[in-house]
Design a protein around this ligand. Structure first.
Ligand code: ATP
Ligand code: MG
Length: 446
């Protein structure tokens, strides 16, 4: 069979057999963020291109090389979001959240699009869990978002990660640092890659973030930002470290971390895994006190992080972290004959009303084939209904794992005629003299 086309390079399908893993990771992120007071926000997949040019920065790799930008039919330049912060900041301003109680604590699960060379941990469509805390100037906030990310990793059972932090100062201390960097890199100008030669004048800190091995080697001996911090930035950084210490969060200070986006100030950090190769940064973030003003708002000190969910899953696999088991049907109803099919749909309706997941065959196959199908689905229990079961209103409930059986009445499934609900009936069933444990049987009712 020749398919007319295949998935676009650098994109992934998540199959039904795997999706419970994604759901678990996503639910964990949202739940931990909820415990820190963050509420979910959803913004569009595409935005006006200028939002990212201004909000991410037009000297960044993301804007210079990686964006999916196109003109729509109305001639407007549109870009698929390469990250979540710019869109969240726009929505924060446009919807007047900036006038509400500050800080506004926001989180999101988003797809992101970057035109990069696909490889392990580097995709063209990938997914991020992100948080943004708009309107918080205290170093308490910096420590809190790092603690939030750490709590997600702890909850998922990830241990193979280390935290690196740095401060890249404010516009004041950075002016002096930029001069020092320019002076340093100018000596090697001819050896730098073309992009960095151009960046040297406009944003020399970007050179520290370049992926080219030659430029990386030159950057090794570049001046360090920490030597240029002003008193306020120094004090802020010391406080962040103190609060992290109070929460027993281990970190190393890495003066080379500058982060890929232009808008960062003061604290920046990365959680890095050693087990998944070169693309080891699972989460990166920091403070971006200048962004909201850059987008036309009032000065609003803010901060956040982005966590790459595909990389997170790679670390979990590499480390053998456990996932909860995939959901399977509670009950499979095998039906033979027209009367039985009618009864099956009636029972299924009744049980689904009670919150059970119930499946029957949609292909009118033989009982054998139906049971094979039930097996493949991993159903917990089954009943087989034929003419006699319908006439006598009885069936055998069978545990598909251990083969245990119990007689049940079919009449009582239909609760509108009978006061005994299915739940009560099942609670009364005894197998080998022992009461059936309803909770463990169907995993509900707790
Ligand atoms: P890198 O240095 O690996 O290119 P980045 O600095 O560009 O990362 P951010 O913009 O900070 O990454 O995005 C936050 C997180 O999103 C990263 O730490 C990573 O986990 C994930 N991420 C970024 N780009 C990709 C990608 N192309 N494919 C998969 N995950 C990605
Ligand atoms: Mg990148």
């Amino acid at each position: 069979m020749a398919l007319i086309t295949k998935a676009v390079k650098g994109t992934n399908d998540v199959l039904p057999s795997e999706v419970h893993k994604n759901q678990y990771i996503e639910a964990t992120c949202l739940s931990v963020a909820g415990n820190f007071g963050y509420k979910e926000m959803r913004t569009p997949v595409f935005e006006h291109t200028e939002l990212f040019q201004r909000g991410v920065g037009d000297t960044t790799d993301v804007v210079q090389k990686e964006m999916y930008t196109f003109d729509d039919k109305g001639g407007r330049s549109i870009t698929l979001r390469p990250e979540g912060t710019a869109g969240a900041a726009r929505a924060f301003l446009e919807n007047g959240l900036s006038n509400g109680a500050l800080p506004q604590k926001i989180c999101y699960l988003t797809s992101c699009y970057r035109y990069e060379k696909p490889q392990a941990g580097r995709l063209r469509e990938f997914h991020q869990f992100g948080i943004e805390c708009f309107g918080a100037s205290s170093p308490l906030a910096d420590a809190e978002i790092i603690a939030l990310a750490k709590q997600i990793f702890d909850t998922l059972g990830i241990t193979d990660l280390h935290l690196e932090i740095n401060s890249i100062g404010c516009p004041e201390c950075r002016a002096k640092y930029h001069e020092a960097l320019k002076e340093y890199f100018s000596q090697y100008k001819e050896q730098l890659c073309n992009t960095c030669q151009e960046r040297l004048e406009r944003n020399p800190m970007r050179l520290l973030d370049c992926k080219s091995p030659e430029d990386k080697a030159i950057a090794e001996n570049a001046p360090e930002i920490l030597d240029y911090l002003c008193d306020e930035c120094k004090e802020h950084f010391e406080s962040v470290k103190k609060y992290l210490g109070a929460m027993n969060i281990e970190f190393t200070v890495n003066p080379r971390i500058v982060r890929g986006l232009d808008y960062y100030t003061k604290t920046v950090f990365e959680f890095i895994a050693d087990s998944i190769g070169a693309q080891g940064t699972v989460c990166g973030g920091g403070r971006y006190d200048g962004l909201i003003e850059e987008l036309g708002g009032q000065k609003t000190p803010s901060l956040g992080f982005g966590m790459g969910l595909e990389r997170l899953a790679l670390v979990m696999d590499a480390q053998g972290c456990e996932y909860p088991e995939a959901e399977v049907p509670d009950l499979f109803i095998a039906a033979i004959g027209e009367k039985a099919k009618l009864k099956a749909v009636e029972i299924a309706k009744d049980m689904r009303d009670e919150g059970f997941s119930v499946v029957y065959d949609l292909n009118e196959r033989s009982v054998r084939a139906q049971m094979k199908y039930a097996d493949k689905l991993g159903a917990k229990y089954n009943i087989v209904i034929g003419d006699s079961e319908v006439d006598e209103n009885k069936a055998v409930l069978k545990n598909m794992k251990n083969g245990e059986q119990a007689d049940i009445s079919l009449v009582t499934f239909v609760s509108e005629y009978y006061s005994i609900t299915l739940k009560e009936q099942l609670e009364d069933i005894e197998i080998n003299g022992e009461a059936l444990d309803f909770n463990s049987l169907f995993g509900i009712g707790e």
